[in-house]
Design a protein around this ligand. Structure first.
Ligand code: MEV
Length: 322
C-alpha cells in the first residue's frame, strides 16, 4: 500500500504584521516546529480524513459525499479538494489523509497555513501532480482566505519556502542572517482569531484613516530598518526595533494585559526586545536575547505558568518525508 508524507514548518512574524495586509513590508521566519500530512492508500473505496489535533475522524463514501459533508466543517480543505478534483480529475477515493500539527492553534504561529501547505504538498506527491512550490503556496493562500478573510499571503509563503523572508505584496526576498537566530516564543494561553483581528484593524482604518496611515508608515520604516540590521546581525538594534513595533501594535489595540505581563517579565530578565507576533489579541509573544538570557526568561515564564519554547529557523520549507 502506498503512503506519502509531507511536512511544513510554522512561522512567526518578526516585524510588520497587519500593516502587511495593506501592501506594506513585513519580515517573517519559518520556525522548526512542523505540521505533517500523510496520504495512504486504503483497501476500501472510502475517503478517510483524520484531524489529529482535533481528535476528529471523518469517513466519506465517495468524493461527492465528502464535498457535501466536509466543506461546511472545514472549508479550507473542502475548497482545496474540490479545486484539485476539478483541475486534475482526482476523486481521492481509496485514501486515508491524516493531518497533525505540533503548532498551537490560533497562536500566531501559522498552524493553519502550515497544515494547508503540508496537505497540498502530500497530495501533490501522492498523485504526482507536479505542482511547483509557488503553485502550492498560491493554492494554500486561497485556502487561507476561506478562514481568515483577507490574509496578505505571508503565512503560506513562509510555510512553503522556509527561511527568513522580507515579504511585500506577494513577493519575497530571503534575508540571510549571519548568526544562529533563536527566538523565545511564549503562549499567552489565549487563542486568537486572525479573521476578527484583521477585521478590527480594517474598521479602525475606516474610523481613523490618518492615524492608521501614520502608524503603518512607522511600522514600514521599522521593518525596513530591521531588514538592514538582520543582515548584519545587530541583535541589540533588532531588539529595540521589536519594542518599537510592539508600541505601535499596542496603539492599534492589538495588545493586552497578558502580553504586557509576559513582556515585563522578559525585560526584567534581560531580553533585547519583545513583541506580540501575528494577529495579536492573544496568541504568542516573541522575545529576542542571547542564548543564556533566553533560557533565564524561559524559566521565569514557565514558573508563572506560561508555556514557552526556544525555536530556530527552518531553512527548507515544505518537504516530502516525515
Ligand atoms: C497573520 O499571521 C498576520 C497578519 O498580518 C495577517 C496577514 O498578514 O495575513 C495579521
Amino acid at each position: 500500500m502506498r503512503s506519502v508524507s509531507a511536512k511544513a514548518p510554522g512561522k512567526c512574524i518578526l516585524f510588520g504584521e497587519h500593516s502587511v495586509v495593506y501592501g506594506n513590508p513585513a519580515i517573517a521566519m519559518a520556525i522548526n516546529l512542523y505540521s505533517t500530512c500523510t496520504v495512504e492508500e486504503i483497501k476500501t473505496e472510502k475517503i478517510e480524513i483524520i484531524l489529529d489535533n482535533f481528535e476528529q475522524k471523518y469517513e466519506f463514501s465517495n468524493y461527492r459525499d465528502l464535498i457535501i459533508n466536509f466543506y461546511e466543517n472545514r472549508p479550507q480543505f473542502g475548497y482545496c479538494i474540490e479545486k484539485l478534483h476539478d483541475n486534475f480529475n482526482i476523486n481521492f477515493e481509496n485514501t486515508k489523509i491524516s493531518i497533525f500539527s505540533s503548532l498551537i492553534k490560533g497562536a500566531g504561529l501559522g498552524s493553519s497555513a502550515s497544515t494547508a501547505v503540508a496537505f497540498v504538498a502530500a497530495i501533490n506527491e501522492y498523485y504526482q501532480l507536479r505542482m511547483e512550490k509557488n503553485q502550492i503556496s498560491a493554492l494554500t493562500l486561497e485556502m487561507e482566505k476561506k478562514i481568515h478573510g483577507t490574509p496578505s499571503g505571508i503565512d503560506n509563503t513562509t510555510c512553503t519556502f522556509g527561511k527568513m523572508i522580507y515579504f511585500k505584496k506577494g513577493n519575497y526576498k530571503v534575508i540571510d542572517f549571519p548568526v544562529d537566530f533563536k527566538i523565545l516564543i511564549t503562549y499567552t494561553n489565549m487563542e486568537h482569531n486572525t479573521k476578527r483581528a484583521i477585521e478590527k484593524i480594517g474598521l479602525y482604518k475606516k474610523q481613523y484613516p490618518k492615524l492608521c496611515k501614520e502608524i503603518f508608515n512607522s511600522i514600514k520604516k521599522i521593518t525596513k530598518d530591521a531588514k538592514k540590521n538582520l543582515k548584519t546581525g545587530n541583535l541589540q538594534k533588532i531588539g529595540l526595533l521589536m519594542n518599537q513595533n510592539q508600541e505601535l501594535l499596542t496603539k492599534l489595540g492589538l495588545s493586552n494585559q497578558i502580553i504586557s505581563d509576559i513582556i515585563s517579565i522578559s525585560l526584567q530578565d534581560g531580553a533585547l526586545g519583545n513583541k506580540l507576533t501575528g494577529a495579536g489579541l492573544g496568541g504568542c509573544v516573541i522575545s529576542l536575547g542571547y542564548q543564556d538570557t533566553l533560557l533565564k526568561i524561559s524559566k521565569s515564564l514557565s514558573a508563572k505558568g506560561f508555556k514557552n519554547f526556544i525555536v530556530g529557523l527552518d531553512y527548507e520549507g515544505v518537504k516530502i518525508g516525515e
